[in-house]
Design a protein around this ligand. Structure first.
Ligand code: ZN
Length: 264
């Protein structure tokens, strides 16, 4: 009888192990573990170690949809992490709910110093280019107040091409090039590199292009636990977790890999 049970269990395991879904899943886990433990590749943690770091986003949910590997590495290795969200995400009239969702999401990412700006000139709008002068003042005040060493935001394409994301890059780029006082002169600024639409949706398989095109940029890869935290963080944005975002969190490389390029 025992022999029959053992044989049944053995054939069940062999059956599961021979399915292509299992084999692909195993391959993904192995690739992720190798990538995560490759110090040369996963070098973003060395940039933020022991530093005061500021992550600037445009809307609640940017922190997990786009920056979650980078944000979790900051939470793990930096001395202090600050998150600055420039709008309340009120484009669809959810400006009361979304800031609360941001705070919940940040708990999963390990960030608890969160500031959300409520300013009528900085409204969530995909067609609005935000005022650079106003943004620069906001950035400058926080950089000096928190003695920031490293600041991170979107690049000139803003991952999704959203005008608000792009505004953050242009304001930060201008600030670090024109200011030379002590506060600003000592900071290192980084932009989250946008990738093309094919790379965007091939998940961990984008590791191949990430390695080939790394150049002087820094790479941050989520650990297996980090991937779970990213998924939970996105689920904290219940008002935004519609069907296409459910697909996004499965397929997007930004949930797993971030590439950061130095600005200036
Ligand atoms: Zn956004």
């Amino acid at each position: 009888m025992d022999g029959n049970i053992s044989y049944g269990l053995y054939t069940f395991i062999v059956k599961i192990a021979s399915t292509s879904v299992f084999q692909v899943s195993l391959l993904i886990v192995v690739v992720m573990m190798l990538a995560y433990h490759s110090t040369n590749l996963n070098d973003w943690c060395t940039v933020v170690a022991q530093k005061n770091v500021l992550l600037v986003i445009a809307h609640p949910d940017d922190e997990c949809m786009f920056f979650s590997p980078c944000a979790q590495a900051m939470a793990k290795y930096a001395e202090n992490v600050y998150l600055l969200c420039i709008s309340d995400g009120d484009y669809h009239g959810m400006g009361k709910i979304r800031p609360k969702e941001l705070i919940k999401s940040c708990k999963f990412l390990g960030i608890d110093r969160i500031e959300i700006i409520f300013n009528k000139f900085l409204q969530d709008d995909p067609n609005a280019n935000w005022d650079k002068k106003l943004l620069k003042k906001i950035f400058r005040d926080r950089i000096c107040q928190h003695r920031i060493n490293v600041i991170v935001t979107f690049d000139e394409y803003g991952v999704s091409g959203h005008a608000n994301h792009i505004s953050l890059y242009h304001a930060l780029n201008e600030l670090i090039h024109e200011e030379s006082d002590d506060c600003i002169a000592q900071i290192e600024a980084f932009a989250l590199k946008s990738v093309n639409v094919i790379r965007k949706y091939i998940g961990i398989m984008d590791i191949i292009w990430t390695i080939l095109l790394k150049g002087n940029s820094y790479v941050c890869i989520n650990s297996f636990g980090g991937c779970i935290a990213s998924q939970l963080a996105m689920r904290a944005h219940a008002s935004q977790f519609v069907w296409f975002r459910r697909l996004y969190v499965i397929f997007s490389r930004y949930m797993l890999i971030n590439t950061l390029e130095r600005i200036g």
